[in-house]
Design a protein around this ligand. Sequence first.
Ligand SMILES: Nc1nc2c(c(=O)[nH]1)N[C@H]1C(S)=C(S)[C@@H](COP(=O)(O)OP(=O)(O)OC[C@H]3O[C@@H](n4cnc5c(=O)[nH]c(N)nc54)[C@H](O)[C@@H]3O)O[C@H]1N2
Ligand SMILES: Nc1nc2c(c(=O)[nH]1)N[C@H]1C(S)=C(S)[C@@H](COP(=O)(O)OP(=O)(O)OC[C@H]3O[C@@H](n4cnc5c(=O)[nH]c(N)nc54)[C@H](O)[C@@H]3O)O[C@H]1N2
Ligand code: SF4
Ligand SMILES: [Mo]
Length: 866
Amino acid sequence: MAQAVRTTCAYCGVGCGIRATVTGEREVRIEGDPDHPANRGKLCSKGTHLGETVGLEGRLLHPMIGLKRASWDKALNLVAKKFRDTIAQHGPGSVAFYVSGQLLTEDYYVANKLMKGFIGTANIDTNSRLCMSSAVAGHTRAFGEDVVPANYDDLDAADLIVLVGSNTAWCHPIVYQRIRARCEAGAKLVVIDPRRTETAEEADLHLAIRPGSDVTLMNGLLAWCREAGVIDQAYLDAHVATPDGFWDGIGEGSDLWSVARTCDVAPSDLRRFYEMFAATPRTVTMFSQGINQSLTGTDQVNAIINVHLATGRIGKPGAAPFSITGQPNAMGGREVGGLASMLASHMDFSPESRERVQRFWASPAMAEKPGLKAVDLFRAIDEGRIKALWVMATNPAVSMPDAGRVREALAACPFVVVSDVMASTDTGAFAHVRLPAAAWAEKDGTVTNSDRTISRQRAIFPLPGEAKPDWWIVKEVGRRMGWKTAFTYDRAAEVWREHARLSTYQNDGARLFALPGAGAGGNAAYDEMTPFRWGGDRPFADGRYSTPDGRARLVPVAQKPLQAPLARWPLTLNTGRYRDQWHTMTRTGLSPKLARHREEPLVEVHPDDADELGMSDGGLARVETPQGDSIYRVLLTNAQRRGEIFTPIHWTDRTSSGGRTGLLPRPLTDPFSGQPGFKLTPARLDPVAVEWRGFLILAGEPAMPPRCLWATRVAIPSGSLWELAGKGDAARLDQLLPAGERVEAIDPARGTRRIAILQKGKLVAALFVTREGELPPRDWLIAQLREPEAAPTLLAGRAPGAQPDRGPVVCVCFDVGLNTILTTVREQRLTDVAAVGAALQAGTNCGSCRPALARILADMKEAANG
Ligand SMILES: Nc1nc2c(c(=O)[nH]1)N[C@H]1C(S)=C(S)[C@@H](COP(=O)(O)OP(=O)(O)OC[C@H]3O[C@@H](n4cnc5c(=O)[nH]c(N)nc54)[C@H](O)[C@@H]3O)O[C@H]1N2
Ligand SMILES: Nc1nc2c(c(=O)[nH]1)N[C@H]1C(S)=C(S)[C@@H](COP(=O)(O)OP(=O)(O)OC[C@H]3O[C@@H](n4cnc5c(=O)[nH]c(N)nc54)[C@H](O)[C@@H]3O)O[C@H]1N2
Ligand code: SF4
Ligand SMILES: [Mo]
């Protein structure tokens, strides 16, 4: 049998180790690596189902110039020539790269070197600008360097864990399981999030604060700690610079009542949080996008760090502020200087740093100053100042704020190159040249996770078609642009060694980021590399920071005024993630199992708001902002605060007519970090009337996505399901049906049409549409696609003698539906999650659905008592 390949998960910044065993042609068994320090054998739903995403379906396998296949030689020459010509005509500032925290460190290093050291501009920015840049700016202001001063073991040592703006149960599930384990051993959990997420449901205390009021909350906490006498004056005296007047600024409006009013939470809850915090030296405050993705993100980060510095809760076991990163290699990108605002190896644009990097690279033309940050970069494209763009491993036509404008910019840009693993993405549609990149299962290199652990990603399969690793593609362009000796790498290990050397090059300890010895031992050492953490387990344990005087900084921050609702835009729109989808779904969208958690893009609305707006659960509604609008399915939930709505970021042109969240946020950014404020957009919501509802089940994919008011694709085994709704004529949906034997039933009274298409007796398509009638559950029909002979009851949509509907899937690993759980819990009188697991297996594999199971049990108990 094949040996397991040790690699790292493709998705989030937890950075779980995986053992992958090839079981067939593009088939692999995925298991958690018990020896990896990040997960010790566990995997969440996304990691567990990686195997469903490694097929070649939809892959880009050859270079393309326009719509024509081209040789690598031709495509690379064209890219090099266009970039060279543009630079010759308009200067280096007229070209840009937009890259991604999903590149490996080696890819990232080469792209950064080409742009900043050879093309000679810093116009290379990354989607990490949308993700982590406020944390980077906050760290740099406080510590003098972008260093995360914590690691996962701190969670095991903490007595209090505070999660601020982080839906950890969904977005970092394995870290969340570690937090739960610690809570079961007695630690307390506080969640600060305007929404009652599954993370918040299980917390000891949930503060559903008014969005954007985190600075008030944290400054109030600092004032409370001062009153309570838990400021560590000795630590401040020895290790921290406190600007004059700092404490005066903290005092204002920081009494419990004012804070409670601004944050819109009960004073008693607030007091409980402050008391718990003051009383618990071993506290970890973990934060993510609810903090970073704000127009005041950097201040919010510093407000958190201030509290930790002032109480001396940093650099000690179980005590730290902890920025948890999103993408698998968000951290690696920061280390190689992927952001426009820094150079490689944590160096800035000071003359000494620039000269040092220039010397090391023997570079002909170093970038002189920071380049354009993502939002400004796309604005510069829109205004015609940037004329050639290369996008790698990100999908800005979907994920940038005001994405409609970004699309216009891409359409107007004279030359756009896109390197991606997929043939059709929303961004790829604007490309003049598309380059096929190696995907997760074929790549070799390193990634750095949230706690600074560097792990290898290793290839499981050989490169398919003509796909190439990203570092190879970039270095080939570098060579063709004329820098042959600077871009000679033959393998990722060579790039790694150069990166490791630069990290220690003339580094007298001023930069904590250093990889001493990491480049030793040649290719064999690289091949065998085991996970290791840079910066040691606990940076700053000695109280020495990376500032010129070695002291950390308390940074004065004040709450910016919170905007009152506007007449035309009475709601605020919050955006984020679903548990089982990853970003723009180019990979998770391939997995039928992952589709089951949430099949469609929903707008979550408080029931009282919905009442006022005249909309009901399961209907459609249009979210509109000054930037754009999109339609969603309505989900009523009192987990939302009144006046606030939430939509997911995952759906695209490829997958839905609606759910296009990128169109909605404002292109406004934090003044220090340049990070957009994705979490708070003035918006309105209006019901959308439909005349008919329906669905289409197909073996394979339709030639064109269905065109109607609402069409959303759901991945199913060996085909696709489209949920449909519309106004006017549904007849043209027939065009989507393949040829074959057609069976049809019509009920004019209810406006129902049911059509099945058979080929040699086998079901290949089913289209059910109704004006007033019921639609059957889809499961049975979907299963019929795999039957060699279709059942005679096809048009009933049910098996002969019908089985009960098991309801929406809760546990994707074992395919357990809500109705099955409800019945079993009732019949067997189950009372806890473990018992449900014992009865149905639900929640016993990846554990991602355990918070949902707890919720179901709590709801049933409440219903029984009520
Ligand atoms: N399943 C899944 N996991 C992922 C990803 C994915 O696409 N899918 N993506 C990865 C990436 S790149 C990232 S960056 C992370 C993101 O991980 P998270 O940051 O945990 O996820 P989000 O859903 O973006 O937002 C987190 C929470 O911030 C809250 N929030 C909004 N406004 C405020 C506010 O003003 N104050 C506070 N305190 N909270 C607020 C939101 O209600 C939301 O619940 O997830 C990573 N993991
Ligand atoms: N409204 C709103 N918008 C957001 C956010 C939000 O919370 N709200 N969150 C923001 C955040 S935190 C993030 S991180 C971004 C994410 O947004 P994106 O980066 O745009 O999302 P992805 O779908 O991950 O895009 C990755 C692309 O790279 C391709 N790819 C995958 N692997 C490789 C590879 O190895 N090489 C190459 N060349 N290509 C590859 C994929 O097919 C895909 O097309 O979205 C941001 N946008
Ligand atoms: S928590 Fe899940 S998605 Fe994140 S790295 Fe681990 S297995 Fe992958
Ligand atoms: Mo992210």
